[in-house]
Design a protein around this ligand. Sequence first.
Ligand code: RFL
Ligand code: PHB
Length: 391
Amino acid sequence: MRTQVAIIGAGPAGLLLSQMLGLEGIESVLIERQSPEYVRSRIRAGILEASTVELLKQVGVGERLAAESMEHRGIYLQWPGERHHLDFVKLAGRSVSVYGQTEVTKDLMLARERAGQQTYYEATDVELHDVGGDSPYVTFVDASGQPQRLDADAIAGCDGFHGPSRKAMPEAEQRTWEKEYPFAWLGVLADVAPSTDELIYAWHPDGFAMHSMRSSHVSRFYLQVRPDEDINAWSDDRIWAALTTRLGAGQHGWKLETGVVTEKSVLPMRSFVTTPMRHGRLFLAGDAAHIVPPTGAKGLNLAVADVALLARALTTWLRDGSEKLAETYSDTALRRVWRCTHFSWWMTTMLHRHGDDFDAQLQLSQLQRTIASEAASTELAENYAGLPIGY
Ligand code: RFL
Ligand code: PHB
C-alpha cells in the first residue's frame, strides 16, 4: 500500500495533520494503536489558546467548538486568604477557550471519516523503516491480524511519548533533555456545575489545587499528590475535603459545590524535549517530541502549533517541490517548544509545594509580584493565552 504521508498516532496531532494535509490535496493514512472508542473517550487537556481555536475554525472543525466552548478572559491565582483575577484580554489582547481535548478529537475524527481518508485502528507491532533514505515505510499488523506495509513519501510521528517514532530517530544524532518533578496530579472529573466562572490556580501549604471545568454541568479538578500516590486512598469524601481546604471554600463567602465523581486518575509530571524533530523523511510532532507538565495548559496547544508548521512544510515539499520549510521545521518548532517548556516549568515550580519553608516564601513572593506588577502579569498572560503560531 502507498500513500503520501504515513501518520502514526490518531491523537490531536495526527488527526489535525491529516485534516490539514487533506485540505491541501495531500493524501495520508493514519495508523493508531487504540480503538476509535478508546481514542474518543480519553480525558485530557481542557484549555485552547486563541490561535488554536482560530486554526481549528480555519480547517473546518470549528462549528461545535464555536457553539459549545466557553470563552475565558483570564484565570484566578490564589494563595491562602487571597484570590486575584488576571485579565488576559486586557493584558495581552487575547482570551482562551474551555473545550475538552476529547471534544477536539471527536470533531477531527468525524472530519476524517467524512473526508474518506483511511485509518487503521488497533494496529500492533508498528515499526518504521528507512526513515533516513528516500523510500521510507511502516509495517504493522492490522486489527484483523493481517501484516501490512505502508510506503510513503514522508512519515509523521504523532504517536505521543511512548510511541515508536522517536525511537526510530538515529540515537547518535538525538539529544534529549528531561526533568521529573517530585509530585503528580490527582485529576478528578465530577458531575457538578463549576463553582467559578474562570479557572482557579491555588497555592496552598498542603499542595497545589486547581478548579477547571468542561461544561456548565461538568467540573474538572486537580490536586497535587505524591508521584507514587495510591488512587484507592482517595475516597470521594477525601477529595472534596482536600479541594475545600486548598481552594479556600468558606472564605470570603465562596462556596464549592460538590457532586458525583465520575473519573479519577494520577498523572505524572515531567518536562521532556528531544532534538532534532526531523530526520530525513521522518518528522516528529506533539508529545512524541516533547512533554510539558500540565500547569501551563500547553501540551495540546503545542501539539497543534507543531502541526500547523508541519502541514505547511509537507505541503510545500510534496505538492510544490520546495524542501525549504521541511528543512527549517525542527528549529522553528523548537523555538516555541522551549518557550512553552520554560513557561510550564515556571508555573509548575511557582505553584506546587516542594522544598522547604524558604522555598515556600519565595513562591509566595513570586505570586505577589505576578499580581502587583503589570509587567509580571503581562508576561504570564502572553504565555498562557499563547504566542502566535510560528513564534
Ligand atoms: P497523544 O494525544 O498522546 O496521541 C498519540 C497517539 O498515538 C497513539 N500511539 C500509537 N499509535 C500507533 N502505534 C503505536 N505504537 C502507538 N503508540 C501510541 C496513541 O494511542 C495516541 O492516540 O499525543 P499528541 O497527539 O501529540 O497530543 C498531545 C496531547 O495529547 C498532550 O500534550 C496533552 O493531552 C497533555 N496532557 C494535558 N495537557 C494539558 O495541557 N492539560 C491537561 O490537563 C492534560 N492532561 C495530558 C493530560 C496528557 C496525558 N497523558 C499523555 C498521560 C492527561 C494525560 C493522562
Ligand atoms: C483542564 O481543564 O484539564 C486543565 C486546565 C488547565 C490546566 C491543566 C488542565 O493548566
